[in-house]
Design a protein around this ligand. Structure first.
Ligand code: MSP
Length: 649
């Protein structure tokens, strides 16, 4: 089998941070896992170096775009080895072969009539480097960058994306795993339920020179996404290289939700227009926040991968990000969270299991793994073998599905089981009586063998630690060349294998150490507080503030229209006690329609009289405008019935 897996190519207008590190670590873990499964793997990352915001950033620094992109792309490349990321190829969109490929594709698509010249006016967001539709704006702002996009009207070239809309819908429906997790697939399908506009793919040279010139009109350069997405083809030598034929059919892209649309809509339609088969899968993850706050330069809470590696070590960082984030959902980074994982999962569970087990093999078997004795095998050993087999199956499935946190959960379940196995089988007691020698040998063998399999499965996630673990088990060479299907089976450890030394794997981090206050940390704390206040001024709220709002599920028992009002319905709800709420939904819902529904209310709102009726809370509803600008309200509800009065948190 073949695997070709890519990260996004990162804009070089900012230095690498935790978000970039996460995507690249995940992709590295997946490629190491696929290698462990015996695949021929190609892993590509890179940098996206053209476009307006990069030209602007260079100008701000007073250097040429070329100098600027060289500097930042170097910073990205220098980061990957620190994270034990071992990509096969690093692409830069300023590479001459990439420029040539983009131009060749532009010419082909233009010649076949899928690129045309026209005028367009719309809302351009420089942060996204694309036009946003009216619907995407939230109160007139780009939801990702929180700035008002510029109104732009200009003549440009367009890619006939709309021509491929139906094909794309059909493809996504026919291939349920094309975009995962499912929530993002649904998001894309919902977007595609409206007519797709064609894609503006150029910029006039009068405004932007830092781009790839259109081969058929030198007054224009190509727009960033048409340039950037093609990196996935250039990197494997499209069209001539045999590598292209090998890897393209196996292409899988890893991205975060911010660039879903370009990857799930622009890119597949571009590929279809070029005449290539679609990529195999798109994996979309959520965003890392820091202490539950959006990571941002202006707040000053950007987490740099180098600092994390210096503080916790690369393996802890890799384990932490994979275990902590449910792939697809947002997650929050905090110093406490990473220290807890280090101390509990790594030092306590895994580290202790290793050091205890190996110490016992040294003490009771002279440092070489004894042979298990079939007659001395008990139900405990059989349970361990069955659990290992189940773990391998679940691990393989979850890793293939990009559910890394679940794969690790499965591994940690057998680690706990082995820790319990040591306690119940107490080798130190068996060692007291020579009559137990066979049982003791069997227990020690089980431990060595369990550790071997655990080493194998943690290898893609923590390669450096796995190397130490394998050396300590005396199987360094075997683990580095292992294949999961064969080596994941119980019984692979040869009796007589000599153990090597075990260096400390995961030192515990003193919890007090992290709270010890130095003048420097105090200063930092004050700065943090100030930044928190600044965040509040920017319209962000703290967790405490969120906690002040009491949201509850309410069951609507009865409803009636308030005679003097067009807008108001009087509702009797249970939450859990009965109360009256006056809601401004009468233009959208009849009284009969709402009775029986479970809705979400603000339960601790000061009561107020509306049209003479005392309202004791507020009902939440989504508000949107339809295409004619008419407002519509939709009641919020819960996904399954819950007890009335349940807290929403
Ligand atoms: N250059 C484009 C991508 C072109 S791909 C053909 C771009 N670059 S970017 O530098 O903005 O990188 C975006 C990607 O960085 C996200 O999709 C994600 O992989 C990673 N992340 C950036 N911030 C992140 C978080 N806060 N959390 C998780 N990942 C995030 O978009």
């Amino acid at each position: 089998m073949t695997t070709y897996v890519t990260t996004p190519i990162y804009y070089v207008n900012a230095m690498p941070h935790l978000g970039h590190a996460y995507t690249t670590i995940v992709t590295d873990v997946y490629s190491r896992f696929k290698r462990l499964c015996g695949d021929n793997v190609r892993f590509q990352t890179g940098t996206d170096e053209h476009g307006e915001k990069i030209a602007e950033a260079a100008e701000k620094e007073g250097v040429s775009p070329r100098e600027y992109v060289d500097k930042i792309s170097r910073a990205f490349q220098d980061t990957w080895p620190l994270l034990s990321v071992s990509q096969d190829y690093t692409i830069r969109t300023t590479d001459p072969d990439h420029v040539e490929t983009v131009q060749r594709i532009l010419q082909q698509v233009y010649d076949q009539g899928d690129i045309y010249f026209s005028e367009y006016s719309g809302h351009y967001c420089k942060g996204c480097e694309r036009f946003l539709t009216e619907k995407e704006l939230v109160e007139g702002l780009c939801p990702d960058h929180q700035v008002a996009p510029q109104k732009r009207a200009e003549q440009n070239y367009f890619f006939r994306m709309s021509a491929y809309q139906q094909w794309l819908i059909d493809h996504i429906i026919a291939n349920p795993k094309y975009i995962t997790p499912e929530r993002y697939r649904n998001e894309v399908l919902s977007f595609l339920s409206e007519p797709l506009e064609d894609l503006c793919i150029s910029r006039p040279v009068s405004r932007l020179t830092w781009g790839i010139p259109l081969p058929f009109d030198e007054r224009f350069v190509t727009y960033v996404w048409f340039d950037a997405l093609i990196n996935y083809l250039t990197g494997i030598g499209y069209p001539e290289s045999p590598d292209f034929d090998t890897y393209w059919p196996a292409a899988e892209h890893v991205i975060a939700k911010d660039i879903l649309k370009p990857h799930a809509i622009y890119w597949p339609t571009m590929i279809q227009a070029i005449g290539l088969p679609p990529y195999r899968r798109l994996h979309v993850h959520g965003y890392w926040n820091v202490d539950n706050t959006k990571m941002s330069k202006s707040i000053g809470n950007v987490v740099r991968p180098r600092e994390l590696v210096d503080a916790y070590g690369v393996d802890t960082l890799r384990y932490f990000v994979l275990r902590e984030m449910s792939f697809g959902l947002d997650s929050s980074f905090s110093t406490d969270a990473i220290i807890d994982r280090q101390n509990s999962d790594l030092a306590n569970d895994l580290g202790n299991l290793f050091s205890r087990s190996l110490a016992m093999i040294r003490k009771y078997a002279g440092g070489s793994v004894p042979a298990a004795v079939p007659a001395a095998v008990t139900d405990d050993d059989r349970e361990l073998v069955t659990a290992m087999e189940a773990m391998i199956a679940s691990y393989e499935q979850q890793m293939n599905d990009f559910s890394f946190h679940k794969a690790l959960q499965a591994v940690w379940e057998v680690i706990s089981l082995m820790n319990r196995y040591i306690v119940t089988n107490a080798p130190w007691e068996l060692a007291r009586d020579e009559g137990n020698n066979e049982r003791l040998a069997t227990v020690l063998y089980s431990l060595a063998e369990g550790l071997r399999i655990i080493t194998l499965v943690v290898q893609p996630i923590m390669p450096a630690a796995a190397e130490k673990m394998a050396a300590a088990l005396g199987i360094a060479e075997r683990v580095s060349q292992a294949e999961l299907a064969k080596d994941g089976k119980w019984g692979g450890t040869k009796a007589g294998t000599e153990l090597g030394p075990l260096p400390p794997l995961f030192p515990r981090i003193d919890n007090k150490q992290k709270t010890k206050k130095t003048p420097d940390s105090r200063q930092k704390e004050t700065k943090k507080k100030k930044e928190k206040n600044a965040a509040a001024n920017e319209g962000l709220i703290s967790l405490e503030q969120v906690g002040q709002v009491e949201l509850r599920v309410a069951q609507i028992k009865a409803a009636e229209k308030i005679a003097q009002s067009e807008r108001l319905l009087k509702l009797k709800v249970l939450a859990p006690e009965e109360r009256t709420i006056v809601a401004g939904i009468a233009q959208y819902y009849t009284a009969e329609e709402v009775v029986g529904n479970q809705v979400i209310i603000v339960a601790n709102l000061k009561p107020a009289k509306l049209m003479g009726v005392l309202s004791e809370g507020m009902l939440l509803a989504a508000k949107e405008k339809d295409d004619n600008g008419k407002e519509r309200l939709v009641l919020t509800t819960v996904a399954a019935d819950v007890a009335p009065g349940s807290r929403v948190a």
